[in-house]
Design a protein around this ligand. Structure first.
Ligand code: ADP
Length: 373
């Protein structure tokens, strides 16, 4: 017996526990705490009260049969997760199948063999201990993640106030004393202004990242066309100034998601498609949304600079950039926002790209159920 199963409690449910004396003694000898119930109703009460780590359950009981007891244990939130092993004297396949169908994890056949019962009990207790540990770790991870996001949010928020002061005072300095500053001083002043503006953008992006997916995420059918046309309008000036084409392949499949998050994701993808363009050709953007089984695949394709295969995973992490600030300005947060938004809606995002030819970003979301017209 391992350390994690050492003080485990086992509830044995049998109307003739005397028959199980050898098993009980053997399990007690292993250090397990044994609790016995001889009737079905008593078993249900004890299971709820004692919260055993495992239940050994006889199929033949005078009041409730074992399958009914198991069914009730599994439908009650307080006892649902306790593993049940059936003890059945009928080695019939039917009994075993019924046992599994009402939620049992395993069975042992009567007459019981001490070594077999001990081995199965130990295995299931170890599995249960591992499962509990994993659940605990998942809960801790979620909590740590939430704390980190709350921290990032408040830090980003609080940093903006001193930054506004730096911006404001450097502006005043430039306006009032700019003419009397030597060229070197003026150059320094401009650099401070530039850096503080960049920091402001960075903080705003971090705030958006921290906010993305916080709070309730809706799961409603989202018609994409109006949303994409609105974005086309938003980017109107940049599309015109770069001579870009903007093609929407219709019909567009309807995903299930949060309209705000979908819009935020598409906004970042379109922004990038226009930013990472090849200087020598006009940008060509193509947007489509196709149903693929349970999913909708929203694709945003461009004919821009593309990227090598080895970076195609990395770029979805915060602050991962492939270019220098002076070449293509940015903060490295846009695609992290896209990934976070997609995952918050139960989806994901991937990219296919080849350098010098273009990239296609695919946001995968659950498909909306088809409704009658
Ligand atoms: P930012 O654009 O602010 O740098 P993103 O997170 O949006 O941050 O993008 C991360 C990096 O991925 C970019 O710096 C760029 O190198 C690369 N990238 C994103 N979109 C494209 C695209 N459409 N074409 C080529 N490279 C891209």
């Amino acid at each position: 017996m391992s350390a994690e199963t050492h003080s485990a409690t086992i509830l044995i449910v049998d109307d003739t526990p005397i028959n199980l004396r050898v098993i009980v003694e053997s399990l007690e000898g292993q250090g397990y705490q044994i609790v016995v119930a001889t009737r079905g109703e008593e078993a249900l009460k004890r299971a709820d009260y004692v919260q055993p780590d495992l239940i050994l359950l006889d199929v033949m009981m005078p009041d409730l049969n074992g399958f009914e007891i198991c069914r009730r244990l599994k439908s009650h939130p307080g006892t649902r997760d306790i593993p049940v092993i059936f003890m059945t004297s009928l080695a019939s396949v039917d009994d075993k199948v019924t046992g599994f169908s009402v939620g049992a994890l395993d069975y042992v056949t009567k007459p019981l063999h001490v070594e077999e019962v001990r081995a199965r009990v130990d295995t299931h207790l170890r599995l249960r201990a591992m499962q509990k540990e994993m659940e605990k770790q998942a809960a801790q991870l979620t909590e740590a993640n939430e704390e980190l996001e709350a921290f990032a949010y408040s830090v980003s928020h609080d940093l903006r106030a001193p930054l506004r002061a730096i911006n404001g005072f450097t502006q005043i300095l430039e306006e009032r004393c700019g003419a009397s500053l030597p060229p070197e001083g003026l150059d320094c002043l401009l650099k401070v202004q530039f850096a503080s503006k960049r920091m402001d953008v960075l903080i705003q992006d971090l705030l958006t990242y921290a906010r993305t997916g916080r709070g309730a995420v809706r799961a409603v059918p989202v018609p994409l066309l109006p949303l994409i046309l609105e974005l086309e309008c938003t980017f109107g000036d940049r599309l015109a100034s770069t001579n870009a084409s903007f093609e929407v392949s219709q019909p567009l499949a309807t995903p299930l998601g949060d309209p705000t998050l979908i819009q935020q994701a598409l906004l970042n993808l379109i922004d990038n498609a226009l930013k990472y363009r090849r200087r020598e050709v006009a940008p060509e953007l193509k947007i489509s949304a196709t149903a693929d089984g349970e999913h909708v695949l929203i694709r945003v394709a461009d004919n821009g600079i593309g990227m090598p295969a080895e970076y195609q995973q990395k770029i979805f992490q915060v602050f991962q950039r492939l270019h220098h600030e002076h070449e293509y300005p940015g903060t490295g947060i846009g695609l992290a926002i896209v990934a976070k938004a997609a995952r918050a809606m139960g989806g994901d995002v991937t990219v296919e790209s080849s350098p010098g030819r273009g990239s296609t970003f695919t946001v995968q979301l659950p498909v909306a159920p088809v409704t009658e017209p």
